[in-house]
Design a protein around this ligand. Structure first.
Ligand code: PMP
Ligand code: GLN
Length: 393
């Protein structure tokens, strides 16, 4: 139809996300799907029953715009328990349609197209989760990229400082980091706080993998730094924490003045979030055991996957956090990572994500990302197939 051709795109460089593309290819070819990040096992039946109960109890109409009060209260208590930081459920906590909406709304809240004779600039660490840049562009902002050159390597703060201009308005942080697994250190927090103070910046901290952290590491939430707490939108999601990525329930923690502006956007992006799920999560959150068990649960899965590719020709450093493991195939073939991901899905029935899609210029470090949120049999089978393939090259 003519209309689409003549219609100017607001996101001319965006296609269907790689996660959709690879999951569809995996489904079409019957491959083991270690691409898109979601568990292939079910959530706790206790949580499912709590949703059914909330529905039976009549919690089936619009929730209040910022989220049901009992859930906001439960999030405040969990946050205090985990990080010893207080947020006021009335004025500083908003329940959102997944972390994706919280990130979109926070970017929309802060970024302006022409605040100081040009677009606001937003520092984005690459490789970067795919929703950040389109959201910045839709607000008329300009992404400024800081590349973590070897995926998984530490942040070079001299490089970050060199990218700050008088238009820099926002920095987007993701810890633990998708796709590298990098976990921010207290030194990273201190370096960031210095910059934020000096240049009057805001921060969005995407902490959806807060409980997926390994080898006795500790998640340092940005809220724990007093200065950052006052300038940061901390974003969480129950999708990763309770194996419910399809529920799309997340939240945003931010100081009162930021939350007031954030809610103005949130209420017109989605207004409010699924009511029975919110009641169920509020009740379920009373018990810390399910989220406290996550580091050990996922560390075992990571190790099972790594064990199963131990004798392969792939190279890897064990992931520090998230449910992703990056694997280098540089020693096996020089093929582009996208082509290899498609080929492995078709030829050996193992789907992954090519890490180049997390870079605006498609930097190809010959690295594939595998999601290990899978049952043990799938992980072992995938590992065996990958090992066999690598030894035959
Ligand atoms: N941020 C990161 C880093 C993610 O990996 C994801 C999705 N897996 C999200 C945000 C989106 O979370 P949600 O599904 O809660 O929208
Ligand atoms: N965050 C998930 C991943 O990185 C995917 C989420 C999505 O499909 N949008 O795989």
């Amino acid at each position: 139809m003519q209309t689409t051709q003549a219609f100017p795109s607001k996101l001319p460089n965006v296609g269907t996300t790689i996660f959709t593309v690879m999951s569809k290819l995996a489904a079409d070819t019957g491959a083991l799907n270690l691409s898109q990040g979601y568990p292939n096992f079910n959530t706790d039946p206790v949580l499912i029953e709590l949703v059914a109960k909330a529905m039976r109890d009549g919690h089936n109409q619009y929730a209040p715009m910022p989220g049901v009060p009992v859930l906001r209260e439960a999030i405040a208590q969990k946050t205090a328990r985990c990080y010893n930081v207080a947020y006021n459920p009335e004025t500083e906590i908003t329940v959102t349609t997944g972390a994706t909406e919280a990130i979109y709304a926070a970017i929309t809240t802060v970024v302006q197209p022409d605040r100081s004779a040009g677009p606001d600039e937003v520092i984005v660490f690459e490789p970067a989760y795919d929703s950040y840049v389109p959201a910045i562009e839709l607000s008329g902002g300009k992404p400024v990229f800081v590349s973590l050159d070897a995926p998984g390597s530490a942040i070079d703060w001299n490089v970050v400082r060199g990218k700050i201009t008088d238009r820099t308005r926002l920095i987007i942080v993701n810890t633990p980091h998708n796709p590298t697994g990098y976990v921010w250190t207290t030194d990273d927090l201190n370096q960031l706080a210095d910059l934020v103070q000096k240049h009057n910046l805001f921060v969005i901290s995407d902490e959806v993998y807060e409980h997926l952290i390994f080898d006795e590491r500790v998640h340092h939430s940005l809220m724990q730094h007093p200065l950052l707490r006052e300038r940061t939108f901390v974003v969480g999601s129950f999708g990763k924490t309770f194996h419910t990525t399809g529920w799309k329930i997340g939240y945003c923690l931010a100081p009162t003045d930021l939350t007031a502006e954030f809610r103005k956007v949130h209420q017109f992006v989605t207004f409010s979030v699924s009511t029975p799920m919110q009641y169920a999560l509020a009740e379920y959150l009373r018990n810390p055991a399910p989220y406290e068990a996550l580091p050990a649960f996922y560390q075992r899965k990571r190790d099972l996957f790594l064990q199963s590719i131990h004798h392969s020709r792939f190279q890897f450093v064990p992931s520090e956090g998230t449910f992703f493991q990056n694997v280098s195939y540089a020693g096996i073939t020089s093929e582009p990572d996208y082509d290899l991901a498609v080929r492995l899905t078709r030829d050996i029935g193992v789907a992954s994500i090519p890490v180049s899609v997390f870079y605006h210029d498609r930097t190809d470090h010959k690295t594939l990302r595998f999601c290990f949120a899978k049952d043990d049999e799938t992980l072992v089978q995938a590992g065996e197939r990958l090992t066999r393939w690598s030894l035959n090259q």
